[in-house]
Every structure is written in C-alpha cells, then in structure tokens.
Design a protein around this ligand. Structure first.
Ligand SMILES: *Cc1c(COP(=O)(O)O)cnc(C)c1O
Length: 476
C-alpha cells in the first residue's frame, strides 16, 4: 500500500450529526407517527449511505433538504411490510410467487379465530385426551374424494416425499419416462425419489409408454408404481400412456400399491363450470389408485398444504412415519383447509365462495367492460408518459395446472415512445403503495384485469393512480 500524497478533505466529517437531524422540525410529525426508534434508524441508515458514497466517489456533500427527503423515504420504506398485498395483474391466476390462492371469507374467519384462541387441534374433546390433528379435515376429505382415509402435510412436495418414503424406501419406484417431471423451485421427481430412498426405475419412452413396459419392469424389489400428472407441460403428437385403471391392475396383480401425484386436484367438476377439464382426486381413487397426492392452494383454492388420500393401511403408515411429524401443518393451515373443504361439501356453488374458482370463471365480457371503464382513468394518469389501450388477451390457470389451456381476458396495454424502457414502466407500477404486478408481452406492459375482480379492489387500484407519475420519475 502506498501513502496518498495529498489527503483530500474528508467530506464525511461534514455530514450533520444524528442528533442534529433527529430534532429537525420537519421530522417532528414523523416522530409522532412512527416513533423515535424507527426515525433514528432511518436517520442512521441515510447517514451511513452518505458516508459510503462520500468515501469512494467524487460526490458533493448533500444539502439538508436532500438528507431530509431521503430520511422520509427511508421511514416510508421501513413502514411497508414485505408481506403486504399486491395486485396480481400478471394474467396467471394461481401465481406461486404471489402466494397462490386467496382464501375464502369463511377460511379467513377460521384462520383469525384459530390465531386468536386455543383450538382443539390435536385434542379429542369427547375423551378429553390427546387426539390426531388430521381429524380436523380427514372426514371431509374422505367424504369429498371417496377415499378410505386422508392425511395432510405442509405442501404437495412434502406429501409426495412422505408417501414415497413411507411406502417405497429401499425399494423400486416404477414410473413412465414421460412423467419425470420438474416443478418450479427444484422439485424434480427423480430427485424426490432419491431423497425418499427409492430406487428409480424409468420405463417406456418420453412420448410413449405401454402396459408391457410396466409388466417387464416388475420384480422382487418393486415397491410401488407411480404416476405423476404432467402438470406444467404437454406432450403432443405420437403419444401413448397407460390408463390409470390398467396401471392399478398391474400394480395390484403384483401386490404393490399404485400412487398418483395429481399436483393440482380439483374438488369440483371443472367442465360443469365451463373450465378446461382437470383431474379430480375422487376420479383417481375410483380408477384404483391407492394413494393420491395434491396441493391445497392450487385449483382447490385453499391454504398451502399437501393432501394425501387413499387406502387406510397405507395412510396409517404415512401418519406414523417420523417424517410426518416434521412435515405437519400448523393450526392456521388446518383451520383454513377445514373451512375450504366445508365449502365444497356444503355450498351449492363453491365457485361463488372460493376466490380462485370465481377468478377462473369470471366471464371475459365482464373483464373487457372493466377494461373500457378503466381506460380513460389510466390514460390520464399516464398522460405524457405512455400510450394506453385495451387489448384482448388470455389468462392462464398457473402453478402447472392445465398448461396449454387459456381463458379469454382483457388487459390494459401500455406502450412507450421509442427508446423508453418497458421495464422502467413495470417498475413504476410496482412502486405504488399497493404494488401492481403486470407482465411485458409483445412490446407492451400488460395489466390483465382478470384478478381485479371486486369493487373494492378496483377502487383501491384507481385511488393510487395519482401517484403513478411520481413513481415513474422515482425509477428513472
Ligand atoms: C405443484 C405440483 C407439485 C408440488 O406441489 P406444492 O404444493 O407446490 O409443493 C408436485 N407435483 C405436481 C404434479 C405438481 O403439479
């Protein structure tokens, strides 16, 4: 290290002291609103940032107004929870990164009550002693799917892991090569099988698998036959797979169980709702599956959970496996799941009560009318920044459900003069108090309005539009 020949004046020493800024009159109202601690943290953070900047760049000393503005912004940011609500206008209804299904009012009520009070979670009220936490939902699941028994864990990945471990560890799991699925976030069927201690046996070819492929693979080491719903892609053309009842027969003839990972299990008939057909757990059970796994927060429209339904003695194995204890759900999840399942059992029209189903069944014409209604308001908010028009578009179900099916929808499409960056416009929308998440498609930022369904959401969306020009400037 060589000594610097001349020592530049250290501007850092000329930054105001924390206490000087803290008592500044313009921060008085903030102190009252957010408290001494939050304000002090904002002042310290802002000064630390400036000490960094002045340390290495040829930066000028900030004036007091700049510092105060940054402190106010820092306080504002601190007050925003990370888990705050956003507008999902991406066009993907069940969006994994945005928390998948919103809950029904009855599920929300159940969660709040369970959060506030002790509940008989794992307690038999009749006998007055320890009970089984699956009891909260097991009867409902049995009734809704026709299975003999059920258990619930943290998510469907956990359900698959538990089922494979409890039933197939140390043995062979036989699966079609065309179903070696990867779900987003590093859930790969072969890896999960390895983690579960199963030896993977792939049969058939990527596009075609026949009954004889399975029969030939069976031997002394066979533990189970697995079928995975190819939920996030679609193989088209020269394809063949073995129907579920036939797979069940092959497995049973060999004395081993047949398991289906459905991914997204619909508990109601989607065709009757005018939606693309989706496999139902009850159909998988009726087809002879011994274990069926599916998610609670995909098409079911409930909380994050992994549900396993199936034969009594197999479910009993799962329940008594040590992994079950590690993967179990908490009371909030079980309360929400119970309320959601009750809606399926008791309601004549679950699609009206469960937000996921009502968003999926929202008519395209209604969304288009909403787009026309919002067009002039959004145009005005973006005056001089972007051009806005209504565009018809297609929403998707999301989370790997029915990857090729799309629903008619409408979007506000925003385009920019040449040279301006669409990503900047997207960022400006995300900067609003309740961030708006859209997508860039075909040279425009699209806000698909399918999920802006309630009047109160539309009002909240409109109410913050006046802040859009400031947000646009802030992200320059
Ligand atoms: C989504 C999905 C999973 C994972 O479910 P999570 O609830 O996200 O853990 C597993 N298998 C299939 C087929 C899926 O579609």
């Amino acid at each position: 290290m060589s000594e610097p020949t001349s020592i530049p004046e250290d501007l850092r020493r000329r930054l105001p002291a924390v206490n000087t800024l803290l008592v500044h009159p313009s921060l008085a109202e903030w102190r009252e609103e957010v408290g001494e601690r939050a304000l002090t943290r904002a002042v310290r953070d802002t000064l630390a940032k400036w000490r960094d900047r002045l340390g290495d760049a040829e930066m000028a000393l900030p004036d007091e107004a700049t510092l105060l503005a940054e402190i106010r912004e820092s306080v504002g940011r601190q007050r925003q929870r990370h888990a705050r609500s956003v507008f999902n206008l991406t066009g993907t209804v069940i969006h994994t990164n945005l928390g998948r299904s919103p809950l029904s009012e009855s599920a929300i009520k159940a969660v709040v009550e369970a959060a506030r009070h002790p509940v008989a979670l794992e307690y038999d009220l009749e006998a007055g002693r320890r009970g089984d936490r699956d009891r909260l939902v097991e009867d409902l699941l049995v009734e809704l799917t026709g299975a003999e028994a059920a258990t619930v864990v943290n998510n469907n990945a956990a359900a698959v892991l538990l089922a494979l471990t409890a039933v197939g560890a140390g043995r062979e799991a036989i699966i079609s090569r065309g179903e070696m699925i990867e779900i987003g976030g590093a859930f790969r069927m072969p890896d999960v099988m390895t983690a579960a201690g199963c030896r993977l046996v792939e049969v058939g070819a990527t596009n075609r698998t026949h009954a004889r492929d399975f029969r030939q693979a069976l031997g002394d080491e066979s533990g189970l036959i697995v079928k995975a719903h190819t939920s996030n892609y679609h193989v088209e053309g020269f394809t063949a797979s073995v129907p579920e009842p036939e797979l069940a027969e092959i497995a049973h003839a060999h004395g081993i169980p047949f398991m289906i990972d459905l991914g997204s299990g619909a508990l109601t008939d989607f065709r009757a709702l005018g939606l693309p057909c989706e496999a139902q757990p009850g159909e998988a059970i009726a087809a002879g599956a011994d274990l069926v796994t599916f998610s609670g927060d995909k098409l079911l429209g409930g909380p994050q959970a992994g549900i396993v339904v199936g034969r009594r003695e197999l479910i009993a194995k799962l329940k008594s496996h040590p992994l079950k204890r590690a993967l179990r759900c908490d009371k909030l999840t079980l309360a929400a799941l119970e309320a959601t399942l009750r809606t399926y059992r008791d309601s004549a029209a679950p699609e009206r009560e469960l937000p996921t189903l009502s968003l999926l069944t929202r008519p395209g014409t209604e969304i288009a009318a909403q787009a026309e209604r919002l067009l002039p308001i959004v145009r005005q908010a973006l005056d001089g920044i972007a051009d806005v028009e209504v565009r018809s578009c297609r929403s998707q179900l999301g989370s790997g459900s029915l990857p090729v099916d799309r629903l008619d929808s409408a979007a506000l499409a925003m385009t920019l003069p040449r040279g301006r960056d669409l990503a900047r416009l997207e960022r400006a929308w995300r900067r609003l108090p309740r961030p708006v998440i859209g997508r860039v498609h075909d040279g425009a930022v699209l806000l698909d309005l399918r999920c802006l369904a309630s009047d109160s959401d539309e009002q909240a969306f409109v109410a913050q539009l006046s802040r859009l020009p400031d947000a646009w400037r802030a992200v320059s």
